[in-house]
Design a protein. Sequence first.
Length: 82
Amino acid sequence: MASLAVHPLKRMLDLGLKATVNSDDPAYFGGYVGENWRAITAALGLSKDELVTLAANSFTGAFLPDAEIARHLASIDAYVAG
């Protein structure tokens, strides 16, 4: 992909897909997850709501016990509310 500005992430979120922002193997490819979040946010102008959705998707798509997923989602909700 020539530029992150043409990445379909916003469209994916608009369609209700469970998109996430991740990192591959940073030791080989670079691209740590925080850097990837900052880059895609800047390139696409993601809104706070879109960022919250991405954060929630990262937990609902993780291989974690339901109770742990719920705890992380509650933390996201508390952060947004506070």
